[in-house]
Each structure stands twice: as C-alpha cells, then as structure tokens.
Design a protein around this ligand. Sequence first.
Ligand code: SF4
Length: 933
Amino acid sequence: MLNAYPPEENWDDHRALDAKAWPRRVERRFRLVPTTCFNCEANCGLLAYVDKDTGKIAKFEGNPVHPASRGRNCAKGPATLNQVEDPERILHPMKRVGDRGEGLWERITWDQALDEIGERIGRAFREDRRHEVMYHVGRTGDDSYMERVLHAWGIDGHNSHTNICSSGARVGFATWMGFDRPSPDFANARVIFLISSHLEAGHYFNPHAQRILEGKENGATIVCIDPRLSNTASQADHWFSAWPGTEAFLLLAIARLLIENDTWDRAFVERWVNWQTFLAETRPDLDPVFDNVGPALLDHYAEYTPAEAARVCGIDEDRIREVARVCGEGLGGFAGHTWRAASAGNEGGWQVSRCLWFVTVLTGSVGTEGGTNANGWNKFIPVTPIHPEPQGEWNDLTWPAEYPLTHHELSMLLPHFLKSGRGRLDTYFTRVYNPLWTNPDGFTWLEVLADPEKVGCHVALTPTWNESAWYADYVLPMGVASERHDVGSFETHNGMWIGFRQPVLRRHGELEGESFDRTHEANPGEVWEEQEFWIDLSWRIDPDGSLGIRRQFESRENPGTPLTLDEYYTMLFEGSVPGLPEAAGAEGLTPLEYMRRKGAFALPGDQYRVYERDVADADLAGTEKDAQGVYRRPGTAGSYGSLDEINGHMPFIGDGSPAVDIAGEAKLGFPTPSKKLELFSETMRDWGWPEYATPTFIRSHVHWEDLDFAAGERILVPTFRIPTLIHTRSANSEWLNEISHRHPLWVHPSDAEELGIEENGLVRITTRIGHFVIAAWRTEGIRPGVVAASHHMGRWRLDEDKARSWGAGKASVERESDGRWRLRREHGNQPYDSDEPDTGRIWWSDTGVHQNLTFPVQPDPVSGMHCWLQRVTVGPAQPGDAYGDVVVDTEASHAVFEEWLAKTRPGPGPGGLRRPLWFARPVKPKATAYQAD
Ligand code: SF4
C-alpha cells in the first residue's frame, strides 16, 4: 500500500524520478491507465504506469479510487508486469502439426484460425450437434459476456471449474437463502468466523484481508477453524484445529449452545425463518407456535453437545463454550465465511456452509451492519445491452441426471463420461483453464485429450503454455489483465461496485491520437482479447446470418459490420449501471469515458437488510398470495433467471414471486420458494435427500475414526493456497516464483517419528489410484493425524526448450508395462538464456510435485463438489523413488468414479424436472429444457 497516490487529475501526465537511475535524478513521465487485476477472482484495481517515452508499461500499482481494493494489492497484482513481459508467453496463433502431445506446431494467421474453427462449429450447429461444442472456463474474468455468447449460439455448452472449487459451499448457502455466497461485513463485525485461511488466501483475498484487519483493530474477536496453524490462525483469538470433516459438528454444537443459553435472536428467526415448516415436518406433535421452536431445535440437535463436539472434532470443550458465548454476545455482528477449505474437502462439505449460515441466522446477523449479507446484494452484474434468448437445450455431459442438485457442471467427470460413451465433443475450448493439471485424475484427462475420437478439436485460449494446451489442436494467445476488456463485480464489502478491465496500451495509444480496429493491434505480438475473438468467430460460424447468430454480434450503429467494444460498452454503461450516467455527467464525461478514466464505479446506496425492503403495489400486480404468504404470478414457475441474475441483478429478472407477506407488509424477502430463510428445505426433501433437509453433520469419507493410523493412514489436506501464487498460472510470473517455489508436506513431529520421516526426507503418499513422492517439513503447525501440501506447485513441461517458465520443471510422461502412468521429474528450474536477462539468474530449482494426478474423482453425491481431502497412506520413500515421482492407474480411477457415481440419487425430480427451477445455474436454459425426456 502506498502512503500517497498520484492525484487523479495528474494521471495523464504523472512525473516521477526513475528509481533505476539513482543516484542520478532522472525524471520520467507516465500516463496512469486504470485496469483491474486478473490474478484471482477479486478484480482489484490496478494502475498501469505507461512510460510516455518508451510507450511501455513500467509498473502496476493499486488504483486508489477502486471501491473494493482502495489502492492496495497483494503481491500478485504488481506481478501482472511479469506476465506482460514473460519471455515464454505465446504471441501468435499456433496449430498442431504432429500427433497430439508431440509438441510440433506451426504458426498460423488469426484469419486461418477463425475460418477453420468457425467453419467446424457452424457445421456442427447446422447438423444439429450443438451439444458437441463446449466452452470450459477456469477464471472467468468477466461477469456476463460469455453468457451472451453462448445464448447467441443457442448451446448449453458452458463448463466451469466450480465443482473443483466452491460448489460445495454454494449448495449449503443456496438451500438457506437462494444466494450461493456470503458477503461478510468484516470491518464492522463483532465476531469474525473463518473456516479457512481466509485472511491470507481468501476468496477476494486483498479486499477481505484489509477489512478483516480493520475489524480486528475495531475489537472483533476472530475465530479460525483450520487443521493448520495458518497465518490466519496465527491472527485469531480462537483457533480450532478440528479434525478435517468435523466442522459441521462444531457449528451445530455452537448453534445448540446459542439456543440453550438463550442468546439467539428470537425475533429475527420468528420473522424471517420458515420455522412453521420445520415444526410441521419434524415435530407434528407440537403446536405450530414459535415458542415451540427453541425446544424443538434443542431436541433435534440433542446429540450436538459441547462434550460430544469436543470428542468428534478433537478440540477443547471449554473453548467451544467460550466461542459460543462470544457469538451470543455479538448478536447481529457475526461475520462468517467458508469457501473452499472444508466445504470443498469433505463428503458432505456443503453442510459446513449450511451449518455456518445456521449460526449467522441464529445470531440475527443476516444483512446487518457487521453481519453477513447475501452475495447478490453486494455484487452487481449489469444486464448486457444485447441479450439473446436463453438456449432451449440441456447438456447431459455437464448436468447429468445423477446430480440434479449440483450447483455447477460436473466438470471433473467429463473425461469419465466421454470414456463411458455418454457423448463426444466436436469442438472443445479451454480458456484460462488447464484441466489436465488442475483437476483430480489428470492422466484420465490426458487420455481423453489425446484421443481425437473423444475430443475432435481442442482449442486452448491461453496467454501461456500449459500441460493441457500441449495436447490441443490450436493454441490461441489471449490477453492478460492489461490487454483486454471485462467488467466484474464482487461482494467484497457492504455496497455494490463494478470494475472495468481495459487494454492499457490501446487506451494509451488512443489518448495519443492513434486509432485501432482491434485490440491486438496495440497488444504485444498478435495477442487478442477474447470479447473481440467471440465477435469475429461468431461471424465465421454464421457468415450469411442464416443461423441467427451473426446479428447478435453486429453493430447497431453500422449494420452489416461487426460490433465494436466501444459501442458495446457505451450501451452497457449508459443503460445498465444505475447512477453511473449521473456521476459521469457531473464530471462532464460519458459513462464509458468515466469508466476508462477511473476503472471502477460504486453504485449509490447501502445494502443492509435488503430483504426488508417494501415491494410496491404496482410490482404485485397480477400476483396471488398463497397460504405461506408468498405473492406468486400464476403460470410462472417461480424461476429466478440465471446464476448471474441471482447473484447480481437487482431486481431479479423473471422473478415469479416478487414478495412475501411479513406481518401484513409485502417485503422483498429471499429468492427461495418460501421467500424466507429455509431452516427446513422442502427442496432437499422432495429431491431425494429428506435426511439432509435441516442443517446436518455428514460423516465424511476421511472421518478420523475410520482411519487405520497404525497402518500409516493419515488425512491429506491438499487444498490450501499460497498467497503469492495463482493456481496454475503463476509459473509465468518471475517475482512470484522467486518468492514461493516450494510446497513441502506439513507433518507433525509425532507423526514423523511414528512414520519414520526425516526433516526434508522423501515421503511416499499413496492414494487409492497411485502415489506421489514429496519432501517433508516437520512442524507443530499441523494437527497430528493430518498431513498437508499446498495445491499450487508441481507444474511441468515435456520439452526442454519449449513451454519453459519460471516454475515448470522438465518431466517425462510414460506408460509402464502394467498400464500405469508415470510422471518423472528430470530436473527442476534452471537458468537459461533469453531476451529477459533474469532467466539467466534463476537460482531456485524446486518446482514442486503434481499431487492432483494421484487423486481419484470424488464428487459429493448431493453438491457434486469434488471432495479434495484424501485418505492416504504415508511412509518414507521406497527404493527407486525420486522427488516429484507420480504413478497412477487410470483403470483404478475409473472404478472409483463408478463407485462414487453409485452414491447418487438421480433425477428427475418432482414434475419430471431435471433440476429445481428455482436453483441458480450458470447460463440458465429456458424452463422447457428442464423437462426430462
Ligand atoms: S487479491 Fe491480489 S491477485 Fe487478487 S485481484 Fe487483488 S491484487 Fe489481484
């Protein structure tokens, strides 16, 4: 964080001394161009310092007028410069010329790439094979543009990484309130409750971290649940190193104590929770009056005593009571968050967020100052100005019948579905996504990506080489944060804002009097930006307009020519962002120019207790009030539109039930069937999981009481982030790799003694499908019985000279005689010559171990979330083992896939539907597509 920032009025001509020229005083002139960071989901503001003499970006600093990041960044923000200057980045379109994976490429023109890919997609559409075209995205970057593209194409072809990331937590939150994420008001909280290492590596890391520390300075009590003594745990007042998989039990014990101690917000629960349904379903013997709710809850959760929680979770009983007391004293000020961590680790992990929200509700902290809001009330997504009809298709490869309640696509099962003959892909886009490396069971991905029968054409949209792109047919270079347009908004604090990513050198050039037809003319090499790519590709798919696609990408000002992004964003900022035209007008700017000058805009108004807002009589026209007091429009399904709509639009689009009667007043309520917070989920009951209708502890696949510790079994936690790394992409960042290039196995000294593991000694970790070899770090900062290694490290490349980076070791991949795959690290990082002198100064060699390869797919049967925690056998390395070795049996992994598939309770559900209509879904299809055949 800087102490002072260049004043905004000087951003076009900022003068500063050149630090590199010291001790001489050499003044340089810069233009400061705002954009937003693309190195995690938070979209913090950046200011690019463009040197006016060289025309190059000299550095990135924080943008002080960005409402979420407020001028601050984590290490990954300024490291954007490394990505711009990376000597190994891809600068031109490439097409495969050898076999897949052989590493032989030729440079082609963009025209050739667009023609060939557009022609094959157009043919698939004309032959009614729309379901064979898939867009698989890792980091989205933009909130709504791709929905527009896929709707225009009329395909249910969206795939995401979310079921290996966050869908577990989302289901737990959504079944309570319709919204799938919490938005804690950390800065004003009295209790900050974190089930993760949120302070150092959280969702919206930098914006949340600065507000957590503000809350701490203001006197909030911080509680952290994490088996590791993370940096977050070290800042906490109370650290629970609970057994992984038992977090929900602890939360229910706290919830029960709140009721037992009569320190719960009875008035809030009576007003906003569907307690009548809870009583009717669980205690039909009781009168349906609110006074019976407390006793009924105590009965319902009778087993969740502090003593039993202490035993099951392996923590101190008195501390549980103490934390419950603190929560009870802080009614209305409970700011809680869980994201990946436990809800992404355990079978039943989705109940961790459901139980956390239970505590939020009991403390009356929903949407309060210092409490926890719903994400949709702090995130703003503008309606796209040209908005095609949703698709009428349903894709069973991504939304299979076995998982009607999954929150996102069953992305990590795609290769198994293709292997099982459920379908094939004609054209498969991967975009900021490296499925072979990031997913569990990567060798199964390798088998499928290498097989043209299963994947006809793989197009990798990526700024840099990666393990998956190596098996692609086309590798098309896309821009990093300073080379593209996107809009993004996230629930970083109470309030709504929208950020604008823009291509910095294009903006600088335009202000210098240049003009550009396309952003790649200003970017390095021939690096495109995706929004222009989709416009031009759509024209090639539908050159004569007969598919009805082209017109969605045609200029409204100049019909017959492609839409330009200036035109698109002019329409978007003028028509879809409340308050922006007025704010821009006050400064004599157009809305687009305002966003180009500032990079972000905070929407007016506060967002506390939104559910209490009155609904006007005019908005109730045509509705009927049902027995639960919900105003419904006859003939609608109560559907709430797409995931983007439910997460960001105010008011909801397509909402068939706009209000609920609360004490005689029509209130906005929550986007659930009851319009209230659902303690009892009738959806869970009706869709085959009645035992999970209320917040519940589910014994996980790594429950400690099931492990054979004497035989060397332990729980492996592979989910935690290193705050200076970016999943798979930071290998192309010099500074980040120089800071962080190791991920040793955390092992408690008592375990190390028992298992015969030396400090820095090699350890073999055996999973159900293979093993990997890693180095040990003996530390008391981890719970005995648990071992852990961050997922960030272990990048590799197959070619000595191609696809190098700052963090990918040279490896070989072979299939052994018994059919098992073996990855062997040949060497780690080494200095090498390039145009960038620093590549000759690489001093670190470790590149880590690719542990994800050895994990079978373990989709939670309800949420579909991959359960990342592994039940493993830990022991010293065996003769012949080498650091970085990975061995995997993909036949065994397919058997595990079938085993977990058998745990599901397939749809269709009530009404013959594939999925509850009210559940959010990315790129939501028309309601007719929900009807199962
Ligand atoms: S938290 Fe760091 S990586 Fe994420 S957007 Fe902000 S500066 Fe970038």
